[in-house]
Each structure stands twice: as C-alpha cells, then as structure tokens.
Design a protein around this ligand. Structure first.
Ligand SMILES: [Zn+2]
Length: 367
C-alpha cells in the first residue's frame, strides 16, 4: 500500500515530462528554431525560454547560435524586469564571447531612468526615497531592448533555417555518385554559403570529387591516346606492306621522330629497318644494272668510234704491181675463143692462137 502514492507520483512525473521527451526527440537546432519563432510571437513564453536555456547550457553547440541564444535569453530576463539576473547574464555572455558584446548593446540607461521623486538622489526629506528605495533610479525599458531581443530571435531562426538547408543540401551532395553532378552541387553549395565557417567537409568532398573527375578524364584521355597510337601504327604497318616503299620509310621515320616513346615504337622501328634493308638491296641491284648498262654502252660507243675514226687498210683496187709492163696483146680472153680456137690452143700447148691457122685445117691436123 505504501507503493501506491509512489507509483502515482511517477505517473504524474512521466506525464509532465513526456512532452519534453517528444520535443527532445527533435534535433536540438530544430527545437531552438521552433522556440525562437514562437518567442517572436510570444516574447516571454516560458517553455520556449526553457529551450533557450537548455541550448545555452550545452557548450558543444555552435558558438554563433549559442552566443545569440545567450544574448536573447539575457534580454528576456530584462524584459521580465529581472535586472540583476540580466546584468549577470550579460556579464557571462561577455566572458564567454567577448567579441560578441555588441549582441547585447544595452546599458543601465536602457532599462532605468532617474527617479522623479528624488531626482536620482535616492534621498527624500532626509530619509530613503520610498519610490526608488534609495537607488535613485526607476525601472523603465527602452524600446531598444525589445527591438534588439527580436533581432536576436530573428537571427537565431534564420541561422537555424540556413543550417538545416545547408545540412540537407550537403547530405544530398554526398549521396550523388556521378562526380560531375556532385561537383556541381558542392560548388553551388560553397558559393551559396561563402560566409559559413563549417565549409571544410564540403570543400574536402569537392576536392575529392574534382580529383576523381580529373583521374577519370585522364584515364579516358590515355585510353583514347592508346587507341589513336594503335590506329596510327596499324596504318603505318599497312603502308609498309604496300608498293610505295620510299613513302612508307619516310612516314615511318617521321612518325618515330615525332613519337619516339610510344608503345609500338620498337615494333615500328623493326619494320622500318626491314624496309630500309630491302630498299638498300634494291638500290644496289639498280646500281649494278646501271653499271652493266653503262659498260655495254661504253663498249658499243668505243666500237662505233673506232669504226668511224680509223680508215680501213682497204685492198688496192688498181692494177697489180707490174701489170702495166705486160703486153696485153699476148693475152686472149678465153671467153672470146671459139671451140676451134680452144682445140688449137690445146694442140700447140700455147695460149697464143695464130690467126692464119684457124678453121678446118686445124681440125684436120688433130685428126
Ligand atoms: Zn527616488
């Protein structure tokens, strides 16, 4: 029976705390944003101010937001008339964020005026002024307090919104697998939020994506280069097998001079050497042929020159020596003889034919 009130107490506590757990389920910044938007409507809403104080207590929160939440919370204390706590909060803020002092640009004159009952002396009729209780001043808020408070709330809400947008865009960029698209998103992100101090992960990812893209493009370029060299080498080898050997040698030499370190250079050099050897052999044969032709030509020329240059020792065509001393009358042309003359010549064993002994008498003597 003793447990019963205890259980009831726990249940009540749970019911009171449960909504806080629900709210705590949200990311801290989302809660801060919701609270700051609510406070813009209801400047002194207690649960929302509680969210602010919790946010301020967590030293791990981003300094820009924590400093502003601290400033807003301090000014909410002032708006509630709690000047002592405001002064302490302002001092704490200045200690934690000295460079953010202008976030609470308030001094005593913004929340107090000289007491009109004692003219700021604190004394009235030789005793403590009953109106200001001796302080000499009265609490009166300058409109600047509420205005600055709203400004800080607006800044907090805007900062939370931006953080959420930035986080979402960054997350989207990390999920993209295509480097081009990722680079585009990350460049847009870093250009859209150049003032942010937490760009390092985005910049690192961008650098990584740029390096990946560069490596990918370089690999593609190298592959294309390899293919081009293969095509050129194939074309040169085809040319080497063709009929125009001098052209193939020329082109191979030019290619190897321009591209001495390509992969098929050794192979092409071997092809070139082979072609050069063949060409030299052909040229040797041509020279030998030309030499032989020249030799034959020379021989022919020499013959011709000799034929025309030296007169031949032709056989004398005139009468034989001594012929002029011969008496032509002693000779008779055998063809002019008659058969009787020939017979007479045989009988007398002479070539001479007496004219008187021609005719039948000769014939008779033979008989
Ligand atoms: Zn007074």
């Amino acid at each position: 029976m003793n447990n019963h009130p205890c259980i009831m107490f726990r249940l009540v506590t749970l019911m009171a705390v449960f909504p806080l757990f629900l709210v705590a389920g949200l990311p801290e910044e989302a809660r801060l944003r919701a609270a700051s938007e609510a406070l813009q409507q209801t400047p002194l809403s207690v649960p929302d101010l509680h969210v602010f104080s919790e946010y301020v207590r967590n030293g791990d929160n981003p300094p820009a937001l924590r400093s502003r939440a601290m400033a807003a919370y301090a000014m909410a204390l002032l708006l509630q008339g709690n000047t002592n706590n405001f002064v302490r909060a302002q001092q704490a803020h200045r200690t934690a964020y000295p460079e953010d002092a202008q976030l609470i640009p308030l001094t005593a004159e913004h929340y107090s005026i000289p007491c009109d009952a004692c003219n700021g002396t604190g004394q009235r009729e030789k005793s403590v002024c009953p109106q200001c209780l001796g302080r000499g001043s009265q609490f009166q808020l300058s409109p600047l307090v509420a205005q600055t408070y709203k400004e800080r709330l607006g800044e907090i809400a805007a900062q939370c919104r931006e953080n959420a947008e930035y986080a979402e865009k960054f997350k989207e960029a990390t999920k993209v697998s295509r480097d081009d698209r990722q680079i585009e998103l990350l460049q847009a992100l870093t250009n859209s939020y150049p003032h942010r101090t937490d760009l390092a992960p985005a910049i690192a990812l961008l650098d990584d994506a740029l390096a990946k893209r560069e490596a990918r493009l370089r690999a593609a370029q190298e592959q294309e280069e390899r293919r081009r060299i293969e095509r050129e080498a194939a074309a040169l080898k085809e040319l080497a097998q063709g009929p125009d050997r001098p052209r193939a040698i020329r082109e191979l030499r030019a290619y190897l001079a321009a591209n001495p370190h390509v992969a098929p250079a050794i192979e092409l050099q071997a092809v070139l050497d082979e072609l050069v050897a063949k060409e030299e052999q052909r040229q040797r044969l041509v020279k030998i042929g030309i030499g032989v032709a020249v030799l034959i030509g020379c021989l022919c020329l020499v013959s011709v020159i000799r034929f025309f240059s030296f007169p031949r020792r032709a056989s004398p065509s005139g009468p034989l020596p001594g012929m002029d001393k011969i008496d032509k009358a002693d000779f008779t042309d055998p063809l002019s003889l008659t058969a009787q003359d020939s017979l007479a010549r045989v009988k007398r064993k002479t070539v001479r034919i007496p004219v008187e002994e021609t005719g039948i008498k000769d014939t008779d003597k033979v008989d």
